[in-house]
Design a protein around this ligand. Structure first.
Ligand code: FEO
Length: 393
């Protein structure tokens, strides 16, 4: 093991950095790569490996543990392949090792990785495992972000191995995070992309963690957090119901008319004291857009007509907002059309899962004129008034 990755005597990070990965889930750009974190925990009698790495990096993990004579347990906190994909190789090298996992994790490991049933033992919420002077406690946390996810607490060392929860897509040679660095942005980006759809459940999970004394959070992506308070506090804020005085405005413009509306409304909202975060969907990445949805109170979707409907890139942005389940409260569709359009109904329908209070759309034929700008002034005033009602202005 690497001495630079020692968390305690007998507790090591043994994962892999994926410095050059630039896309996750074939959707989310990874500007800073990512890591797949695995951890070795050695007790006086038994040794456990917590999670593994993406199978493309199996050699890296196996090299990190090449001098480990015996692994008794592989703890699988999460069956997704970026963490479980190298478990079969570990089981081959250590034929006496057993996999310990959530009951649903067992079926997923069998179906996704063809791991033999007899190599897997299930644990229950609250079960403990004595390694000899070191105790692992298993805490079920479903839907962070799969149904089988659990976290593992190392009691004596007060280390929480949190699987994807509290993670970040960030490759780094450093073991520990620092809140002054870009990790703060990276963990918010990760939360927005992966965890936000489950925020009401995560709120309960975070309350459960209040009962644990946590000195270190060791997630399965990105650096380890030895200042866990800022990570927990940030997540509590993000999963809460309180919005910020922010309008997020994804848009496309094909001939400049919709852009004129976006520009005008940006200024009008700014004059009303409302912050606007705009995204030209031809150049922005889905991760930045997702981050802005974490806190915003209102979404303004701006689209030109494309044939008779909304532009496909705007359709995608509306679909993504609906899937990510942010705490948005209000929405509206604006844009310019050529001869007829169904775009407001389309976008409203795509976002209906968010249960937004939708304002009347502002749709104009061709280029905007004086009364259209007046309609945008009125919309800005309405948004401001709604934000005042929310108590965020
Ligand atoms: Fe990082 Fe859900 O796997």
């Amino acid at each position: 093991m690497l001495e630079s990755k020692k968390m305690r005597d007998g507790v090591y990070w043994v994962g892999a950095n994926d410095w050059d990965r630039r896309m996750f889930d074939a959707l989310i750009p990874l500007p800073d790569g990512t890591s797949y974190n695995a951890y070795l925990v050695q007790g006086k009698e038994k040794t456990a490996l917590i999670d593994s790495v993406d199978p493309l990096f199996a050699d890296v993990l196996m090299n990190h543990i090449k001098d480990v004579a015996k692994i008794d347990y592989v703890i699988s906190n999460h069956a997704e392949q970026d963490h479980s994909g190298t478990i079969p190789a570990v089981l081959s090298k250590y034929p006496a090792a057993k996999v310990l996992t959530h009951p649903k994790g067992k079926t997923l490991l069998m179906s996704h990785l063809s791991i033999d049933e007899e190599r897997i033992e299930v644990v229950e919420d609250g079960d403990t495992l004595d390694l000899g002077g070191r105790t692992l406690e298993f805490i079920f946390m479903p839907w962070v972000h799969w149904p089988e996810t659990m976290v593992t607490y190392l009691v004596e060392d007060r280390i929480l191995f949190s699987c994807d929860l509290f993670g970040s897509h960030l490759a780094t040679s450093k073991l520990y995070s620092s809140k002054e660095e870009k990790v703060t942005e990276a963990i918010k980006r990760y939360y927005a992309e992966v965890m936000m759809p489950f925020r009401s459940l995560i709120r309960k999970h975070l309350a459960k963690l209040d009962n644990f004394d946590i000195e270190i959070i060791a997630p399965s992506h990105g650096p380890v957090h030895n200042e866990p308070e800022f990570v927990i506090k940030s997540h509590k804020e993000w999963v809460g119901e309180e919005n910020k005085n922010i309008v997020v405005m994804p848009f496309i413009s094909m001939h400049g008319s919709t852009l004129s509306m976006v520009d005008y409304l940006t200024d009008a909202l700014s004059e009303e004291g409302v912050e606007v975060v705009r995204y030209d969907l031809t150049v922005t990445d889905a991760g930045r857009y997702a981050v802005s949805l974490v806190d915003a109170a209102t979404i303004v979707v701006a689209t030109p007509s494309f044939l008779t409907g909304a532009h496909p890139l705007v359709v995608s942005a509306a679909f993504l907002a609906n899937a990510l389940r942010p705490k948005l409260k209000h929405g509206v569709v604006i844009g310019s059309y050529g001869w007829g359009t169904r775009m407001a109904d389309q976008i409203t329908d795509l976002m209906k899962g968010l249960k937004l209070d939708m304002f009347d759309p502002v749709l104009i034929k061709g280029a905007p004129v004086k009364e259209n700008f007046e309609a945008l002034d009125a919309l800005a005033a309405t948004i401001k008034a709604k934000h005042v009602e929310l108590g965020i202005v």
